[in-house]
Design a protein around this ligand. Structure first.
Ligand code: HEC
Ligand code: HEC
Length: 382
């Protein structure tokens, strides 16, 4: 798992990051200021865990999903999407080359971009170690290990050891990274960073090593064979895909226990695959209360420029302590941060420390703006 949290928090953390990414990606075009937001979308206030959007329902209730207002008015098929709307939606990059942009970039150019935009979270050469996913190294052999098997190494899943298709990598870099600024790379930059990460994973193209001068482009990327390409089963690709799947599910040993016994109730240890360390409690416990907390009217400061900038660039990690960041309003956490003195704390916020990327990844902020936000965070946590 990507973040070093204790077991109980992993599920919470993972879903938090996933939903954060989802909102950043899916709503990339959503303006950050609520007054610019399309009708029906309300920016989360203090309520949502991930700083995502919430939608207003009747009687002051909110929901994470947009309600289809036409559902009560009978079926309405709307209108046909315009070609541009379709194009914006249909933007996958597929193993067969569909969606690959024209462009090119060298390993050396990729290294420069990586060191500027990615190293803060993914470590030197993609080696990880900062609490974010490791992007290089790993081994095919480790994939056979149980996920949580006490005393054994867990599978080490990196681009080189796990990803079956290189198209996913360039697609992921385009749509999700760098974190906080998805979809900000030009095609040339996408190829450059992809080339750099392939080189860090010792992946060759046509037998050629990817040295600094190697230039990756649309044709060459099609020749990449990822080490784990055949590691997924059943193999659903190709003309035999359907037969492979049928054969796979005919044999219960493939998806059940070693005994091959199917089981629907009171399944014993032998009949089902079990995860070694089951999650029995989550801290803090999931709330069963479904309505959102009332806004604290005394906190009028939420409209200051620093508060707005905080919501935009910092809340994604600092709203709770799930990411290992001192949470806004957590008196103890901030008291202990402040023992270093304001100068040092400002320095760390600007230059990064541990899992805290420089300026929280918002490189558009000036040093003074970051200091104002830090001041706001400290004041709000007294
Ligand atoms: C602010 C921190 C941050 C920065 C900066 C960042 N990433 Fe990430 N990256 C993440 C997080 C968090 C995830 C895990 C997201 C998830 O699994 O939901 C991730 C996941 C990834 C993955 C998928 C890893 C896997 O095995 O699932 C790739 C590839 C990646 N990042 C590449 C990049 C590249 C390339 C850059 C620079 C252009 C970059 N990242 C910058 C935080 C960051
Ligand atoms: C990608 C997640 C992330 C984002 C975005 C982020 N932070 Fe952080 N921040 C962290 C983490 C993790 C820590 C704890 C670092 C540590 O102590 O190892 C931290 C720590 C800090 C600290 C305490 C530094 C210290 O000396 O202990 C300050 C101040 C801070 N962040 C300010 C900000 C500001 C201001 C922003 C927005 C401009 C921001 N952060 C955005 C993750 C983030």
């Amino acid at each position: 798992m990507m973040i070093k949290l204790n077991n109980k928090l992993i599920v919470l953390g993972a879903s938090l990051i996933a939903s954060t990414l989802l909102t950043t990606t899916a709503f990339a075009a959503t303006p950050s200021k609520s007054e610019d937001a399309p009708a029906g979308i309300y920016k989360a206030k203090k309520d949502a865990l991930d700083g995502g959007v919430t939608y207003k329902r009747e009687k002051g209730a909110y929901t994470a999903y947009k309600l289809n207002e036409q559902s009560t008015k009978g079926v309405n098929f709307g209108r046909a999407p315009t070609p541009n709307e379709l194009k914006a939606w249909d933007a996958d990059i597929m193993p067969d080359g569909t969606g690959l942009p024209d462009g090119q970039g060298s390993v050396a150019e990729g290294e420069e971009l990586y060191d500027r935009d990615c190293v803060a979270c993914h470590g030197e050469f993609g080696a990880g170690g900062k609490g974010y996913p490791t992007l290089s190294g790993g081994s095919l052999e480790s994939l056979k290990n149980q996920r949580t098997c006490p005393g054994k190494d867990a599978p080490s899943r990196t681009i080189g050891s796990y990803w079956p298709q290189v198209s996913t990598l360039i697609w992921y870099i385009r749509d999700a990274m760098q974190y906080a600024h998805p979809k900000s790379y030009s095609p040339d930059e996408m190829y450059a960073v992809t080339a750099y990460l392939l080189a860090q994973n010792n992946i060759t193209i046509d037998g050629e090593e990817l040295d600094d001068d190697y230039v990756l482009d649309k044709e060459k990327i099609m020749k990449v064979v990822m080490p784990n390409r055949d590691g997924f089963y059943p193999d659903i690709d190709g003309p035999k895909g359907v037969e492979n799947v049928k054969a796979f599910y005919k044999n219960p040993k493939n998806f059940g226990a070693q005994t091959g016994k199917r089981c629907m109730t009171n399944c014993g240890k032998e009949s089902v695959m079990r995860i070694g360390n089951e999650i029995t409690a989550v801290v803090p416990p999931y709330s069963t209360v479904r309505d959102l907390p009332k806004e604290d009217a005394s906190k009028g400061a939420a409209s200051s420029p620093a508060a707005k900038a905080y919501e935009k660039s910092c809340a994604v990690c600092h709203k709770t302590d799930t990411m290992g960041a001192p949470a806004l309003g957590d008196k103890n956490a901030w008291n202990s941060v402040m023992t270093k003195g304001m100068d040092k704390v400002n320095h760390n916020a600007i230059n990064g420390v541990g899992g805290m990327p420089p300026k929280g990844g918002a490189m558009n902020l000036s040093d003074d703006e970051v200091k104002d936000i830090v001041k706001y965070m400290v004041e709000s946590s007294k």
